[in-house]
Design a protein around this ligand. Structure first.
Ligand code: G3D
Ligand code: MG
Length: 202
């Protein structure tokens, strides 16, 4: 009897944990975004100054609590050599955040080809994909606005039949757009949980 009560109690108190991959070319702002998430959603976390954010080798992982669920973010590095390892994470994740540097027109083609590779991999089929037009705070002539970025990236997602995706503006440095991005991800992983069930944590 005690065991039954204990197991029911365990089930009630367990929390759903969903993993979110943060992908994008090197320099897109992935690690800066993770720092912003930590400082916004973790108690007593002081953000690293941007001078201390170095190119990511290996992975940065952080888990935040949003309402009743946990979101575990994985920043796994975007340099060319590291991109080959992304697919090892696809089957374990529940959503993808794909960061685009809105000020780097020169690498737009490389960036869109990279997104195509992500979406056309069978292992990402059905995953919610949130494309973030980052660095919107910068006031420089070469900055692409969200409409321009949507024009390129929405088309890719639609052509490749990504089942649930959108493009949103963001600034990982000022934090603008971050809450809305997290809300989108939270709603989508819950909607998709029969396809990708969460991990239950105590
Ligand atoms: P990565 O992890 O995707 O490789 P980083 O990218 O987080 O290391 O960021 C790369 C550079 O872009 C950093 O500048 C960082 O401060 C800057 N950056 C990231 N997000 C934003 C943003 O939203 N706005 C602005 N203005 N800059 C951003 P440095 O100069 O340190 O290389
Ligand atoms: Mg990094």
């Amino acid at each position: 009897m005690f065991h039954l009560a204990q197991s029911l109690y365990d089930q009630w108190t367990r929390q759903e944990e969903y993993s979110v991959l943060i992908l994008g070319l090197d320099n897109a702002g992935k690690t800066t975004l993770l720092e912003e998430l930590k400082s916004k959603y973790l108690n007593n976390y002081s953000k690293l100054p941007s001078s201390r954010i170095v190119p990511t080798v290996g992975q940065n992982v952080s888990t935040i609590q949003i309402g009743k669920i946990k979101l575990k973010f994985w920043d796994i590095g975007g340099q060319d050599a590291l991109r080959d390892m992304w697919d090892e994470y696809y089957l374990q994740c529940h959503a993808i955040l794909f960061l685009i540097d809105s000020c780097d027109k020169d690498r737009l083609n490389e960036c869109s080809e990279t997104l195509k590779n992500v979406i056309s991999d069978d292992k990402t089929e059905g995953l919610p994909i949130l494309m973030l037009a980052n660095k919107q705070d910068l006031q420089i002539e070469t900055k692409m606005d969200v409409a321009e970025i949507k024009e390129v990236f929405n088309k890719i997602a639609v052509n490749l039949n990504a089942s649930d995706s959108t493009v949103r503006p963001i600034s990982a440095i000022t934090g603008e757009g971050v809450d809305e991005a997290i809300d989108w991800i939270k709603d989508r992983v819950i909607l998709n949980k029969s396809n990708r069930p969460p991990i239950l944590r105590k």
